[in-house]
Design a protein. Structure first.
Length: 174
């Protein structure tokens, strides 16, 4: 699975925190049998005159992980989220707010932010239209359950199968 990581140049948080979070996520996916092939680039997010974010350097056919200080407020509806995954202008995008991102803390409730957001992409939640509060809660619970399983009980046939299905679908859309 290809991952294209964009790190904003003006990111404030200590890079060691980013490394700790990423190492943990990488280990969890390795233990589940998913090899992440990553490329790192210095990224930048500009604003259009209308206030929409403009991402420089995104790639098609890969998961673009944008590591920044904050998720744009109108994207997270002013909730201060640690991450969000979506399809933005045809690009598969996971945005991580390093001010709020964290490693695994509490099983089922507070799991690694990178793992959590990548699982939303792998389980193809990014293709779904905006969900009701109840349905969105179910999707979050499923992702946290799978992230906890990856963390505490290495393995993961279900996640591998979901990753294969995602890659197949993503390759057809290129």
């Amino acid at each position: 699975m290809y991952l294209h990581r964009h790190v904003r140049r003006r990111q404030a948080r200590d890079p060691r925190d980013r490394c700790r979070i990423w190492r943990e996520a990488y280990r969890d996916f390795q233990n589940a049998g998913i090899r992440l092939q990553t490329t790192d680039v210095n990224g930048e997010i500009q604003r259009s005159p209308g206030g929409r974010p403009v991402f420089l350097g995104l790639k098609r056919g890969v998961i673009n992980m944008v590591i920044t200080d904050n998720v744009p407020m109108h994207w997270d509806q002013a909730r201060g989220l640690s991450g969000i995954s979506t399809i933005h202008e045809g690009y598969h995008l996971s945005m991580i707010s390093m001010k709020r991102a964290h490693t695994h803390r509490v099983p089922f409730f507070s799991v690694n932010t990178c793992v959590h957001e990548l699982l939303h992409v792998i389980f193809q939640d990014i293709y779904l239209p905006r969900q009701s509060t109840f349905k969105a809660g179910q999707l979050e619970a499923r992702v946290d359950w799978q992230a906890t399983r990856m963390w505490l009980f290495p393995g993961g046939d279900e996640i591998r199968k979901a990753a294969e299905a995602y890659l197949e679908r993503a390759s057809r859309l290129q």
